[in-house]
Design a protein around this ligand. Structure first.
Ligand code: SAH
Ligand code: SF4
Ligand code: F3S
Length: 425
């Protein structure tokens, strides 16, 4: 029996993607390996959101070289012009299959292919559903005798709609909790963020597919549900028109009339109405289109957890504008105030320090939001310049030491606030 090992980096979306993929392999008869050494297929499901995340994966990929003995054509070594010869990847049947998948594959897949001859498979997030088929093709191409033949390498960096079958396997790590993807990609263009590039255009799963997945999980005892999307508030599903032609980002779904779109709040209500669902969470809402209607539903609901993860990123209006976030400090603080008044719930956030041109005065506004909003917890990041982002146009001019200092100040402040908030509960 072949064994697979999937190592995951990055956000909950990646955690869920790895789980769904593992489920597909288990259905195909694979077993889960205990470690890389024990595996026939190793997949790294990766994150590109900050440079640091990518550096780690580069060194892990380097270390896999010894796990996947690869030899070049002997004649190529002796030939003086060896460097100009096409690299022929000779892989024996016993070699492990190594794949770089997910966000980093899209971001730096081509470079990785050049640098690491032992990597067999490079697949972007939109194409994860193709991986079992690709692995099978690579296995089929491996030599059955001792003779070595070139190993097949597959690189698929297309953007596109994932096939629904990707979510079909019932495997979950948790007995009582299921994460359910409602959308892939992102339609926002926060200036610092590589996610819209690596994850592609926003695409929505149809409400009936989401509901069916929730019901399958509830039937298996997973009564706590987390709905996942980069900005869940962007969920607004429109059925395709009569002709059956694709419209917007809907599935090809012939109906005789155009129905009212299903908003995120509608979707939450549909999930809430499912018998057996006990708790509902969602990740991540964006402040620019988080509505009071959502808060009212949260207040009324017995199932939706009264916790909101609402990243504010920066406090200064000038920086928020440069970041292209679509709200001001005042609007954000009002949203938080209304949320707390309406739901009585708790709140968390993400913050970036050291965005290009951020001054001490700008930073003081970030501190002010932290002090006023009283978050349960905050993920605080130092700005990292990313390819394919608008902020590339701006010079990364906040010195590393200043970023470090601001990061430490916020961590320290938030630690105190978190302790106070935890005491209140
Ligand atoms: N879609 C989610 C998550 C985005 S990535 C959202 O909009 O909240 C998670 C967090 O990483 C972001 O909220 C942001 O705080 C951080 N982040 C994204 N790009 C970054 C960059 N270039 N440098 C530092 N932090 C970044
Ligand atoms: Fe990135 Fe903004 Fe999309 Fe979140 S909403 S994934 S921060 S572009
Ligand atoms: Fe990272 Fe991709 Fe998530 S870049 S944060 S794993 S969407």
């Amino acid at each position: 029996m072949k064994k697979i090992y999937i190592r995951t980096f990055g956000c909950q979306m990646n955690v869920r993607d790895s789980e769904a993929l593992l489920g597909l392999f288990l259905e195909k008869g694979y077993a889960q390996a205990e470690s890389e050494k024990d595996a026939d297929v190793i997949l790294l499901n990766t994150c590109s959101v900050r440079a640091h995340a990518e550096h780690r994966v580069h060194s892990i990929l380097g270390s896999y070289k010894k796990l996947s003995a690869i030899s070049r054509q002997p004649s190529a070594k002796k030939n003086k012009k060896a460097e100009s010869l096409p690299k022929v990847r000779l892989k024996a049947e016993s070699c492990k299959i190594i794949g770089l998948i997910g966000c980093m594959a899209k971001n730096v897949g081509e470079e990785v292919a050049k640098r690491f001859a032992h990597v067999d498979l490079i697949v972007a997030p939109s194409r994860l559903h193709k991986i079992p088929e690709y692995v099978q093709r690579i296995v089929d191409q491996r030599p059955k005798t001792k003779d070595q033949r070139p190993g097949l390498r597959i690189i698929d960096l297309e953007d596109g709609t994932r096939e629904e079958t990707f979510y079909s396997a019932e495997y979950r790590q948790d007995k009582s909790h299921a994460q359910v993807v409602i959308s892939t990609g992102c339609a926002n263009n926060c200036a610092y963020c590589v996610v819209p590039f690596v994850r592609g255009a926003l695409r929505l799963r149809a409400p009936q597919d989401i509901i069916a997945e929730v019901k399958r999980n509830v039937a298996m005892g997973r009564t706590r549900i987390t709905l996942l999307g980069q900005n869940v508030n962007d969920y607004n599903f429109i059925e395709a028109e009569q002709s059956g032609t694709k419209r917007g980002y809907t599935r090809n779904h012939p109906t005789s009339h155009v129905l009212r779109p299903t908003s995120f709040v509608d979707l939450l209500k549909m999930v809430e109405a499912i018998d057996g669902v006990e708790e509902i969470e969602f990740l991540t809402p964006h402040p620019k289109n988080t509505t009071r209607e959502l808060f009212k539903l949260m207040a009324k609901s017995k199932k939706i957890k009264k916790y909101l993860h609402l990243p504010f990123q920066a406090g200064s209006d000038r920086i928020l504008k440069l970041m292209n976030r679509g709200y001001t400090k005042k609007e954000y603080l009002e949203l938080v105030k209304d949320y707390k008044e309406i739901t009585g719930g708790t709140i968390g956030t993400d913050i970036i320090v050291g965005f290009p041109t951020e001054t001490d005065e700008d930073f003081a506004h970030t501190k002010e939001i932290l002090e006023k909003a009283q978050f349960m917890g905050a993920y605080i990041f130092k700005y990292s310049l990313r390819p394919h982002t608008q902020a590339l146009k701006l010079k990364d001019d906040v010195p590393a030491a200043v970023k470090e200092k601001r990061h430490a100040i916020l961590l320290d402040l938030q630690k105190k606030i978190s302790a106070i908030e935890a005491d209140k509960r």
